[in-house]
Design a protein around this ligand. Sequence first.
Ligand SMILES: Nc1ncnc2c1ncn2[C@@H]1O[C@H](COP(=O)(O)OP(=O)(O)OP(=O)(O)O)[C@@H](O)[C@H]1O
Length: 318
Amino acid sequence: MDNRIYFDENKKRYINRIVDDVSFGVNKSECLGILGPNGAGKTTSISMITGLLSRTNGIIQYNKKDINKTELTDLGLGYCSQHDALWKLLTVKETIEFYLNICGYSSKDIPIYKKALIEACGIEIHANKKVCEISGGTKRKLSLIIAICSSPSFLILDEPSAGMDPFTRRYMWKLISKIKNDRETATILTTHSTEEAEALCNRIAILVKGRLVCIDTPRSIKMNHSNIYTLEVFTSDPEEFEKSIVKEKNLFGLEADETYDVESSMNYQKYSIKIKIENIGRVFSLMESAKDQRIINQYNFGQYSLEQVFISFVNKCD
Ligand SMILES: Nc1ncnc2c1ncn2[C@@H]1O[C@H](COP(=O)(O)OP(=O)(O)OP(=O)(O)O)[C@@H](O)[C@H]1O
């Protein structure tokens, strides 16, 4: 049995530790992305970091202030939860005014900040609509406005762009990056999207089954897997390709004890292989000649993307 599931004699019930041995820090002007599959423990981690959930072990500090010994309002924290917590019957404007009020802005300043926030998020045309009348993407933007309206030093975003179309998502990415750079905000965000993590984050922490399996810059994560390549082949005769090109010609220049992974479907083969750099030219030239001989129709050969590295981490932990 997993040692994270144990029986608590005092409470007379089983306890399941969802997140285990997770430790990291985030600097000013830095964005750390927590990347993980469904159920990895991202929201649980964020909930502990923001004090919404208690924890059994460890320390959480904001600028050396312990979260347990400091008033939440003194931490300088802005939080955007995964689920939009908005009042349906307030308008967008009224919602922003309400939060600016709570943050202590004067009645003279509120209209100025409200206008600036609405413009920054590009939601001017929705400003007078009720929350129940705006789309999911606009609700996410409004939730982000609420998180940033106190000008926080620390910004925590749980899947900020969930449910957004690619255009809105990119707009949101620009906005989050601008906040981070202009206000030197330390940001933590969770995401399933390697594209989002790469676009926004200075460092990425990969969380699988409640454990950190990797934390580094996107470039270093990819570089550490830079000897892994994928070859996609479109062919009407996969068996012939496998026999005459992969095996007989030793397509990947592998030693006798080296192997490759292959996924097959009717007209398609996908190989994942560790390749020595000196064999890369060989793959291209053998694939071009296979194309000339009509053994294959088309191919695609390249280095592992961040997404493939992420999938490989998740598969290794299965
Ligand atoms: N209140 C709860 N009681 C018991 N188990 C819970 C509770 N909340 C979450 N879990 C479990 O904790 C694990 C981690 O959930 P969590 O929501 O943190 O994952 P996540 O990485 O944020 O997932 P997703 O990407 O789907 O949002 C899951 O197995 C989930 O079933």
